[in-house]
Ligand binder design. Structure first.
Ligand code: FES
Length: 112
């Protein structure tokens, strides 16, 4: 199992979490299975950017983002150089530390 550490997020995970995740699975599935209510508006079709996460440690261990994912990421709120879409990330044997962005595109739109 691979340890995935989620940094504290005010709404979704106030004290942070550490998950044991089976390598080869999708990061979004691991988060949802653990009860973290991340947004995933397109249900993993790489057609939104609501499942945006920031990989704070372990980014280099992941397979590169596809062109389609890169295109979607450009729409993500708070994009960083280590941003990924959780529904496109396969967990490897390397531990990850991830940050859930404060907002998703959906939330940003609601606040406009
Ligand atoms: Fe839509 Fe990940 S759930 S891109």
């Amino acid at each position: 199992m691979t340890q995935v550490t989620i940094l504290p997020h005010a709404g979704l995970c106030p004290t942070g979490r550490a998950l044991d995740v089976r390598p080869g699975g999708l990061l979004s599935d691991a988060l949802l299975d653990a009860g973290l209510d991340i947004e995933h508006a397109c249900a993993g079709a790489c057609a939104c950017s609501t499942c945006h996460v920031i990989i704070r440690e372990g980014f280099q261990s992941l397979q590169p983002a596809s062109n389609k994912e890169e295109d979607r990421l450009e729409q993500a709120w708070g994009l960083t150089a280590t941003s990924r879409l959780a529904c496109q990330v396969l967990v490897t044997n390397e531990p990850l530390v991830i940050e859930l962005p404060r907002y998703s595109l959906n939330h940003a739109r609601e606040e406009d």
